[in-house]
Design a protein around this ligand. Structure first.
Ligand code: ADP
Length: 524
């Protein structure tokens, strides 16, 4: 523990240099039209890493024009699907070859443990690139047996220019997760990265070009939400918008899309996912998984994580900023049956105390710093609110070290539904534990949230698992596991956790138009 504390005071020099800091428009790195730049910070120290071009409405216009031209006149939507597939496969190979450099840059800008960035975030991004490469040449319409003497077919066409706004918790993964299905379907794209973590998308997009992507197909604009992000969401020449971020911003995005050109929108928003431990659950397993479910992306390479890394497919939330509890599908409401409650709380507390927090470039670290001062302050405010509202602080609750944004893993027990920490998405290393008596009660309480992203049920009883899986109004139910997020498994939310599904076969519909073509049959 001493070595880890020392690593907070004396940060390790990142084994990577920043190469690209300009907007990527039409295949070239360029300054912003205004010449403005903004700073991106090292969450371990609060020091400036570098300055990056600050894109705003004018740059979004330039990027959308490039994407429009690449869609209307360029080779991308016209080349064979097999050619597109091969470019995505080459891109996956390049991601694999550049894993160390990209993971180091990601850790530096975001604060997540390097091991997590390399194994989980890069591993899963590579897997996603190959997954979507596989779809590119398998997208086709139907022949429809309509009434009457007509030949009817549907063409599945790319939708056009896609705008994609991504968050800071898993910058590389979110980038690939968003561009993958759009590219497989033949669209062109403008990505607006998160202002907290602008660095890695430039390098990843550069690799796409090295893989043979034509100029203008993927454009990357770094900048702030209310300027660059809003310009993209409101743009009249953007045909589709995909957003991952907070529910509050999601509402603004939907409004901007409606007020401009009614572009269809997919939203992947916040969560407050219940993790239900029934009386017959394997308690030690449930403790470890509940810990992982919440602290992941605050974190690290605990056992379940290692398992996932074996095939490096799973755990999108796992990988990234998840280790600092910065995962939208974090298991952030832990419901424990009264008969095992005391044992669970004791063990959950012991596990949190054992959690290794330190410099993300140290090998054995499970949890790095929160991404920036704003997130750090927000999490600390929630911790204070938990204490003030009468929840029992079992461990943690304070800053770790004298610089950067490290927070000691925190566990609250005796949490009640009306507390703020029970309702809001904290997005930090704060586990909240509730007690329940019966299944009907826990299902009702689990559903009494504006969110509906994910849930977990820990039980050995198949009937309990089935009953709760059907009762929970969420986009994913994990039974006796958590954060299993495969390329083929659809992901998305009920209620205010979002609209639509990403990943898997479902993600393709977001990027396709269906055209019905009807031809009279002369000799039916
Ligand atoms: P978080 O709380 O995770 O930072 P946000 O929703 O604020 O979530 O940010 C997610 C993404 O949305 C970022 O790329 C951010 O710049 C962008 N964003 C924030 N505000 C707006 C806005 N008003 N319009 C468009 N995009 C925005």
């Amino acid at each position: 523990a001493t070595a880890v504390a020392a690593s907070i005071e004396e940060p390790i020099t990142p084994p990577v240099k920043v190469k690209y800091t300009q907007l990527l428009i039409d295949g070239r790195f360029v300054d912003s039209a205004s010449g403005k730049k903004f700073k991106t910070y090292d969450p371990r120290t609060g020091d400036v890493i570098t300055e990056v071009a600050e894109g705003d409405a004018e740059d979004i216009n330039r990027a959308v024009s490039a994407a429009r031209k690449a869609f209307d006149e360029g080779p991308w939507p016209r080349m064979t699907a097999y050619e597109r597939s091969k470019i995505l496969l080459r891109f996956a190979d390049l991601l694999e070859q550049h894993t160390e450099e990209l993971a180091a840059l990601e850790s530096w800008d975001n604060g997540k443990p390097y091991e997590q960035a390399a194994k989980i975030e890069l591993g899963f991004s590579t897997r996603l690139a190959r997954y979507y490469a596989g779809w590119a040449d398998k997208i086709h319409g139907l022949t429809v047996p309509a009434d009457g003497a007509h030949h009817v077919q549907t063409l599945h066409e790319p939708i056009g220019v896609a705008g994609q706004i991504i968050p800071w918790n898993c910058p590389i993964l979110m980038f690939v997760w968003k561009v993958g299905p759009a590219l497989a379907c033949g669209n062109t794209i403008v990505v607006k990265t998160a202002e907290q973590t602008p660095l890695t998308a430039f390098s990843v997009a550069k690799l796409l070009h090295e893989a043979g992507l034509p100029d203008g197909v993927v454009n990357v604009v770094s900048g702030y939400g209310p300027t660059a992000g809003a310009a993209l969401a409101s743009h009249m020449n953007v045909d589709k918008l995909a957003f991952t971020g907070s529910t509050g911003t999601g509402k603004l995005i939907l409004e901007m899309a409606a007020k401009s050109n009614l572009k269809p929108v997919t939203l992947e928003l916040g969560g407050k996912s219940p993790f239900i431990v029934c009386k017959d659950a394997d308690i030690d397993d449930a403790v470890e998984q509940a810990h992982f479910a919440l602290f992941y992306n605050q974190s690290s390479s605990s056992n379940p994580c290692d398992l996932m890394m074996v095939d490096a497919i799973r755990c999108y939330e796992t990988s990234t900023s998840l280790s600092q509890g910065q995962a939208c599908c974090a298991g952030s409401r832990t419901y424990v049956h009264e008969s095992v409650y005391d044992e669970f709380v004791e063990k959950a507390k012991a596990r949190a105390i054992k959690r290794v927090v330190g410099d993300p470039f140290r090998k054995d670290v499970e949890q790095g710093p929160q991404v920036d001062s704003e997130q750090f302050e927000k999490v600390m405010r929630y911790i204070r609110s938990g204490v003030e509202s009468g929840a029992r602080l079992e461990t943690g609750g304070e800053r770790l070290g004298s610089k950067g944004y490290y927070i000691r893993p925190t566990v609250f027990s005796d949490v009640k539904e009306d507390m703020l920490i029970a309702q809001d998405e904290i997005f930090g290393p704060v586990q909240t534990i509730f007690k329940f008596k019966d299944l009907e009660e826990v299902a009702r309480k689990a559903n009494a949230s504006k969110y509906g992203l994910a849930a977990a049920v820990f039980t050995k009883d198949i009937d309990t698992a089935n009953t709760l899986s059907r009762a929970l109004r969420v986009g994913t139910v994990w039974v006796n596991c958590y954060h299993i997020v495969d390329a083929a498994i659809p992901f998305g939310g009920y209620k205010m956790s979002g609209h639509g599904r990403e990943k898997g076969i479902y993600s393709l519909n977001n990027y396709l138009q269906v055209k019905a073509v009807v031809t009279p049959l002369k000799n039916p």
